[in-house]
Design a binder for this molecule. Structure first.
Ligand code: PMP
Length: 397
């Protein structure tokens, strides 16, 4: 027997399990709605033109692949700050925000978790019920106890706001509360601006530590609109962590481009935080990879490319909205008596469709794959497959 002999098989990832079953299905008309990726109307993951143009620019000016600074490419970190906080935000002018390039949004969350564990080791973490499935595992692996706060209400297909607010008010001072800045994954149920105001008041009054996770900026109402909640938090002066990801908004999943930003109460405090965050990074992976960061920084800092990106991102957002509308309309025709209007109100890539585990299993018999919770990726629907999906749903209702 060796150190490895007694190691047990780890549980399967539920979403990757769907992909495996989908890949093994020999039906040529199979449809995978279980994914967490944006597909275009041809069912393809887009390669954005702004990304291709930025890559051409980079190839024309080849540079040696030295190490980046521990906190990443300076031009990238600056561009991220301006995007996430708004270029005119006082936290940037006053040098109170620090930003480190991270290995995707996941890497940003892990950096933030490790950082918090060093300086607030006894705090507990609160995530929404339900939340992105990796939130719990990530914070637990950093050593935190992770609790759920009430969020989704299956009966209304929306947020149970009174219960959420009550949960916030009951959290102990110093608790770390993970909030989806926009496009809640997995439910698609977001807060109104008025509700955000009440959340911010509760966080400030109760002395909670907000950790905003923004993986879908630009997929909800727009780049600035989706970032509005981050700016509102910065106006309160509370300590704040923000993880963001360009996986979806640049369709750069495999390049692993994200960032962690932390807002301090002064420039002097910010420099201490950055020095400590660099230690966390140094002992994890030393410094981030070059390519994805350069692509994003080039796009964001080159006016024509930036314009192109905003148009391409808007096209993705608009296609998702139109798909929601078509889905609701088609279900009205095919399944009268069943109300799917809530799908229109949901925001971002996902919809908690209200389909039960049994209905999801029956869909699978027709080679349509969704998550057991009823989560479907609206961006996996397109003009060629939507009728097949709607007919299949109508059959299992
Ligand atoms: N947070 C949320 C809410 C997400 O949905 C995701 C990814 N789907 C991430 C973080 C991680 O992003 P990335 O893929 O860039 O690691």
């Amino acid at each position: 027997p060796s150190v490895f002999s007694a190691i047990e098989m780890a549980p399967r990832d539920p979403i990757l399990g769907i992909t495996e079953a989908f890949n093994a299905d020999t039906n040529p008309n199979k449809i995978n709605l279980g994914v967490g990726v944006y597909y275009d109307d041809n069912g393809k993951v887009p390669l954005l033109a702004c990304v291709q143009k930025a890559e051409s620019i980079l190839i024309e000016q080849p540079t040696p692949r030295t190490y980046l600074p521990i906190e990443g490419l300076a031009a990238y970190d600056k561009a991220v700050q301006e995007l996430v906080f708004g270029a005119d935000n006082a936290v940037i002018q006053e040098r109170r925000a620090i930003t480190a390039q991270a290995v995707g949004g996941t890497g940003a969350l892990k950096l933030g978790a490790d950082f918090l564990k060093r300086f607030s080791p006894d705090s507990e973490v609160y995530i929404s019920d339900p939340s992105w499935e990796n939130h719990r595992a990530l914070f637990e692996s950093a050593g935190f106890k992770v609790n759920n706060y009430a969020y989704y209400d299956a009966a209304t297909h929306g947020v149970n706001f009174p219960a959420f607010l009550a949960a916030l008010k009951a959290m102990p001072k110093g608790a770390i509360v993970v909030l989806h800045a926009c496009c809640h994954n997995p439910t698609g149920a977001d807060l109104t601006q008025d509700q955000w105001g009440q959340v911010i008041d509760a966080v400030v009054t109760n002395g909670l530590v907000p950790f905003l996770d923004m993986a879908y900026q630009g997929f909800g109402a727009g780049i600035a609109e989706d970032g509005a909640v981050v700016r509102r938090f910065t106006e309160t002066g509370v300590p704040l962590l923000v993880s963001n990801s360009f996986s979806k908004s640049f369709s750069l999943y495999g390049e692993r481009v994200g960032a962690l930003s932390i807002v301090a109460s002064s420039a002097e405090e910010a420099s201490r935080l950055l020095s400590q965050l660099k230690r966390v990074i140094r002992t994890n992976y030393s410094n981030p990879p070059v390519h994805g960061g350069k692509v994003v920084a080039t796009v964001l800092a080159t006016p024509e490319l930036r314009q192109l990106w905003e148009e391409e991102l808007a096209a993705m957002r608009v296609r998702i909205k139109a798909t929601r509308e078509a889905f609701v309309q088609k279900l009205k025709d095919k399944a009268p008596g069943h109300d799917f209007d809530f799908v229109r109100e949901q925001v971002g890539m996902f919809s908690y469709s209200g389909l039960t585990k049994e209905q999801v299993a029956k869909l699978r018999e027709q080679s349509i794959y969704a998550v057991d919770t009823g989560r479907i990726c609206v961006a996996a629907l397109n003009s060629k497959n939507i009728d097949v999906v709607v007919d299949a749903i109508a059959k299992v209702l």
